[in-house]
Design a protein around this ligand. Structure first.
Ligand SMILES: [Zn+2]
Length: 500
């Protein structure tokens, strides 16, 4: 049911939004967090399981070193301190997707704490988001509720459980309270999650595909009446799985809570579900600060004490921060904001960079990637950068710039490259697509066209140069498009003056 909503601006007049985000990042280690099972998306149900991740008696966990390494690198990239001593804790609760009856998480000794990242909004406003902690934990399995209309447990006939995801390593990144967001609150949510996604991608520690749940965001929103010092009651909208949804969910909660509070109602501290299709949140389960998970130190795992030398070694492996890289590339390529944003939003930064590195001009690389290749990728429903290798595109662009291909011919060559007919030069040879640069062949076609249209010839001779268009068109058609239109035009004017 759609709740009563207050106009966004009106809500901001009456209340100050206070935000907080918990982002879960699934690490792309080969194996799970505490056992040797494959960490793989899309395997047959319950095939990647063992006694340890199923919580069977006698199963003993062992920490995945790569997961610790990834967590430390992520923490360093978030400006966090890396704890000298850190340990795992059991978070006890029963739910069918958690075979162990507890989640192995971290409680009072997280591996990373006290960081911050600065994000830039479209207006240019810089917002520093402080990170309280980034801790390691394992993921739960996945429940699928069958038979109901909504895919939720309510109304379902039965539920299936797949424990393949159970035990996959996660890092949960928890922000401090974000105050002063004001009208930018929804955009801050989106931009913050985008920044986290960009960082984990640059680090290579996660596949970072939100649609596969590699990066999931819980958004906490509360409203404080203007002039009050008391924080409002917050809701926690769970598992928001796209950047746009984070923005919409934050905006929706602000508008919904403002309507409830203005009508004299109270906000229930609870989790809420985000509904992508209808764009609303609905009540989940009540959640109090006193939720007692009976945390206690995990007795089967040793505490971690990463040496300072190792932490410093890992710091040296950090990539250039994504925000700095974007600034550097935009300056180097000379793109205006709109051009650059187009590349970033299409997730083609790496592709354009690699194409430029292979020798193409930045503008040509941008034009091809965000134009024709993006169009073909859209039709094929695949990522654009999976269609053609940057080096192939650079070779194609070189053929255009050398005058061997017109843009139109180049698009045909590109199709050939994508169809697996070989490198651009091979497709040009194989399909016979090169521009006819032999003036003799062009002149024969031009003379035929001019003599075939004596009225046009007369007009050109009268100085009505625009009449040449008809002849140029006829010649291009005769050459099956494989001629350079500018050269044809030059020759048409020359021949019109001299032809008998
Ligand atoms: Zn296992």
């Amino acid at each position: 049911m759609k709740a009563e909503l207050m106009d966004f601006d009106k809500a901001l007049e009456l209340f100050e939004p206070v935000l907080g985000f918990e982002v879960h990042v699934e690490l792309n280690t080969k194996t799970k967090m505490f056992c040797g099972c494959a960490n793989e998306f899309g395997s047959g149900a319950n095939t990647n399981t063992c006694p340890t991740c199923l919580g069977l008696p006698g199963g003993l966990p062992q920490v995945n070193k790569k997961a610790i390494e990834s967590s430390i690198r992520l923490g360093l990239a978030l400006g966090c301190e890396i704890a000298e001593h850190s340990r795992f804790a059991r978070k006890n609760y029963f739910y069918p997707d958690t075979a162990k009856n507890f989640q192995t998480s971290q409680y009072d000794d997280p591996i990373c704490h006290d960081g911050a990242i600065t994000i830039e909004l479209e207006s240019g406003r810089l917002v520093t988001v402080e990170i309280e902690r980034a801790h390691m934990e394992d993921d739960a399995g996945k429940l699928t509720h069958m038979g109901g209309a909504t895919g939720r447990i309510q109304g379902a006939d039965y539920s299936l459980v797949d424990y393949n995801r159970g035990g996959v390593p996660l890092v949960e990144i928890v922000t401090q309270m974000i105050e002063g967001a004001e009208h930018d609150a929804p955009e801050i949510g989106k931009t913050y999650v985008a920044a986290i996604r960009e960082i984990v991608k640059a680090l290579g520690v996660s596949n970072a595909r939100m649609e596969e749940g590699n990066v999931r965001c819980d958004a906490n929103v509360s409203l404080r009446p203007r002039g009050s010092n008391v924080l409002g009651t917050r809701t926690e909208t769970k598992n928001v799985n796209s950047l746009r949804s984070v923005e919409r969910a934050v905006r929706y909660e602000i508008q919904r809570q403002a309507a409830v509070l203005s009508a004299g109602g109270t906000i229930t501290q609870e989790t809420r579900h985000w509904h992508e299709d209808t764009g609303i949140t609905s009540a989940g389960r009540p959640k109090s600060d006193a939720d007692d998970y009976r945390y206690f130190p995990e007795p089967d795992l040793l505490p971690m004490a990463p040496s300072r030398e190792w932490v410093e070694e890992l710091r040296l492996t950090l990539p250039e921060p994504p925000a700095a890289r974007r600034k550097r590339l935009q300056a180097a390529w000379g793109f205006v904001n709109l051009e650059f944003q187009d590349v970033v939003n299409s997730d083609l930064l790496d592709a354009v960079e690699a194409t430029v590195a292979a020798g193409a001009s930045a503008q040509a690389a941008r034009k091809w990637w965000t134009g024709e290749i993006a169009r073909l990728a859209n039709v094929a429903v695949v990522p654009a950068d999976s269609l053609v290798a940057p080096a192939q595109l650079a070779a194609l662009i070189e053929l255009v710039e050398a005058g061997t291909l017109t843009d139109r011919l180049a698009r045909q060559v590109l199709e050939g490259v994508i169809a697996g007919e070989g490198a651009p030069a091979e497709v040009v040879a194989g399909r016979g697509l090169a521009v006819v640069s032999d003036d003799g062949a062009l002149i024969t076609a031009i003379d035929t066209a001019l003599l075939g249209q004596p009225d046009v010839l007369a007009k050109i001779r009268d100085g009505k140069v625009q009449a040449a268009g008809a002849v140029i068109g006829a010649v291009m058609k005769a050459m099956r498009g494989q001629a350079d239109a500018a050269r044809v035009r030059e020759l048409v004017l020359e021949r019109a003056a001299t032809i008998e």
